[in-house]
Design a protein around this ligand. Sequence first.
Ligand code: NAD
Length: 309
Amino acid sequence: MRVLITGGAGFIGSHLVDYYIQQGCEVVVVDNFITGREENVAQHLTSKQFTLIKSDVCDTFEIEGELHLILHLASPASPFDYLRYPIETMRTASLGTHNMLEITKAKQAKMLLASTSEVYGDPEEHPQTEDYWGNVNPVGPRAVYDEGKRFAEALTAAYNRKYGVNTCIVRIFNTYGERMREGDGRVIPAFINQALRNEPFTIFGDGTQTRSFCYVSDMIDGITRAAKTDYNLPINVGNPMEYTMLEVAEMIKEKCESDAGNKFLPLPEDDPKRRKPDISRARDVLGWEPKVTLDTGLKSVIDWFRRKM
Ligand code: NAD
């Protein structure tokens, strides 16, 4: 099987590269390195199974030969990144997704769109099922990402409906693991690095807002199962265990033996107060559920950041 992974030099994409290489597939990565790093795929650079194309998915480019599966992950993903690159984020979700769907159609392949729990915005329903349509401010600062992904989903569904292109939409909830960037603004790498430096933790709001965190190996299992199905409606993939930011901070402090305090800053505009996936559909359609607890996953990521220091 020949697989194209856009955004394959990023955090989640590079773990997918590892998975498909291990399965014996040929893997082509298209990445413009706006937030990704070559070191994430350095272990494959000399492999005959692996091709790295440094290109923007918004540009038109040819991929020679057959393709069976396209995993479209390219997109700045952390609030810090997409607020820094608002226009690039919207171009990637719109023009980039259009280009990938055209390639999928031409190659008669299948495309999996990496969507996000952000399509639910600041949800008024809890937990979020795939049938909930969301609560998004279309002109707020986060809209570049939220509305971009909503557009990408709509375009993907339209290609499926109009041309019969085999598509699949995975709504990814907060994922953490090895290869996250220290400065990407996401809470787990931020807290871990503050703990390892014994600096105060930056907490937005009063820290009672909740998130659920999925360890990357569970996410890869969910995405790769979704890539094998012929199910076209969106599927939530995430860990339903919910934690407040204060609870996550305490877990990380304890594991890193940090006694640093907390520094409280105002909540960013449109920041969701609660986020938790209903994963009934993933259980039914994919036979998937997360296995790694936050306690176990955090230990592994803390060790990884320690080795990098
Ligand atoms: P990441 O920033 O580590 O990876 C994104 C990759 O896409 C990077 O390598 C970047 O260079 C590349 N990219 C961005 N725009 C591009 C473009 N125009 N052309 C080519 N390459 C481009 O982020 P991630 O956490 O690995 O996220 C991967 C995908 O999963 C994204 O689509 C994101 O929206 C989605 N997602 C992630 C999370 C999470 O918690 N990590 C949650 C929800 C959704």
